[in-house]
Design a binder for this molecule. Sequence first.
Ligand code: ADP
Length: 213
Amino acid sequence: MPPIIEASHLGKTYRSGKLEVPALRDVTFAVEPGEFVSIVGPSGSGKSTLFYVLGGLTSPTAGTLTIRGQDFSRLSDAERTKLRRAHIGFVFQRFNLLPTISAADNIELAHEIADTGRPLDRALLDHLSELLGIKGRLDHRPNELSGGEQQRVAIARALITKPAIVLADEPTGNLDTQNSDAVLEMLRVSSRELGQTVLMITHNPEAAMIADR
Ligand code: ADP
């Protein structure tokens, strides 16, 4: 199978006025479908920038990025958004749940926005809630949940659309050990059992060890 993600000589330089900040320089790698890869580096090394570029949230200033055989840079903004919504699930360090609606509604809304053309997979929602230990918490709003529970809801939200690719940026950054372990285990399940390609950004070498590479 061809790689699902191919980054070739990617670069990203931020410009503000006369100031140029090179955040990524000559980044080349490939990821196979179903692989779980962690991207490790100290703060300021460009991890988040890479995450935004891979997710199509910002454009690289050099090189090419091919996702599922499609050259991201050749797509229009609308096409890129469509590809992102249909095929990429995001998990952030800050859980970014909508505060005014329940956990279940947060998850369902993500499915609606993804506009996959498929109905919500109730069995998958059940399965994910079970695995993540949030079944009894689905009617609660984010402010009634602990940080760990919120992140587990955020993972269910990312996986409910059955994305081919899961991008996680420091998903355990705000969590205690027990919740970190649950989140990492779920990412492993996502790769091993659900066949998803997982890229996890972390500055924590221990968290990184759980990945295939
Ligand atoms: P990491 O996630 O590894 O901490 P980042 O990708 O956030 O690294 O940052 C890489 C470099 O790019 C840093 O020097 C940072 O200051 C700079 N940077 C990040 N975002 C911006 C931005 N929007 N404008 C200018 N410089 C930025």
